[in-house]
Design a protein around this ligand. Sequence first.
Ligand code: HEC
Ligand code: HEC
Ligand code: HEC
Ligand code: HEC
Length: 206
Amino acid sequence: MRNRGTAWEAGALCVVLAARALGGMAGSAHDFTASGWSRGAGCGVCHAFHSTDAPAAGTPAWSREFSNVAYTLYTSTTLDATPGQPTHYGSKLCLSCHDGVTALDTFGGQRGSTYIHGKARIGTDLRATHPIGIIYDGALAHADRGLFDPNTKRIPTGETITNGLLFGTGNLECASCHDVHDRLGNPKLLRIRNNGSALCRTCHRM
Ligand code: HEC
Ligand code: HEC
Ligand code: HEC
Ligand code: HEC
């Protein structure tokens, strides 16, 4: 996944993507049009259009506030990577709804009071969630031995893991496994269906 350069580029992309993404998003778990809290904003629940805030370089434009909490991070004695507090938008944006701290309807400069609930509420304890906020590169694969080299292993689209699932120079984030726009219509918004653990086996040699 390449970083996007300018706000203009992001805007132009939105036009292109809207044509495809509306098909995918309509009726998906992230189609909020039927929820009163979304104020009919559509893409604007997450993205800012015509915003006065310029997006940070290389990131799409957001309309959401990020949660300002300290998460309990994944830990284990066998982990080689070192998870840090989520700083990348590929996780932070998700957590701005899924941690249950920021209201769903806090966007576009307005504060709301409707919180995520049920199984979709991940909370702030990330120990039960796959590690995120880690760099998955050739060196990690080499150290771990149970991981494929992300620069050479291909995913079903033909891209390498690095280009197809990771952000920037190898960030593994929530959006590495989930397509927030549900373009493929897979269960749980997954980028790769997990039948026979196919998603897990994309990266793990098992
Ligand atoms: C639930 C939140 C959410 C909604 C709703 C949403 N997006 Fe996104 N969008 C994201 C996140 C998170 C990313 C960054 C992660 C990624 O690219 O997978 C992103 C990235 C993007 C990007 C840049 C990266 C790419 O995939 O090309 C574009 C363009 C975009 N969205 C357009 C749209 C459009 C158009 C809509 C409405 C049809 C929409 N989004 C609705 C959350 C959302
Ligand atoms: C604007 C708030 C918001 C943002 C931002 C957001 N989500 Fe969600 N997401 C929701 C809500 C609300 C639901 C539950 C929908 C329901 O229960 O019908 C949901 C459901 C899901 C589901 C369950 C889908 C299913 O089929 O059961 C997954 C997986 C998910 N989100 C992942 C993500 C990821 C990953 C990101 C970031 C890339 C993200 N979400 C960003 C609000 C959000
Ligand atoms: C390594 C891949 C991977 C990463 C990273 C990941 N998930 Fe998931 N997630 C999955 C899979 C696979 C499932 C489906 C599990 C199942 O069906 O039992 C899932 C399920 C979910 C669900 C639905 C829960 C339910 O029971 O309906 C939500 C919401 C979700 N993830 C959000 C997130 C968020 C937010 C992050 C980042 C903090 C994240 N995921 C990171 C693979 C991942
Ligand atoms: C995009 C690549 C990718 C995908 C897809 C993926 N993983 Fe991982 N996984 C990693 C990386 C990288 C690590 C960090 C390994 C390390 O540092 O030891 C990791 C770590 C883990 C760990 C923690 C290992 C430990 O030593 O504590 C578990 C458990 C795990 N993954 C299970 C899964 C499962 C189950 C799935 C499928 C739902 C999955 N992974 C999908 C890349 C991936």
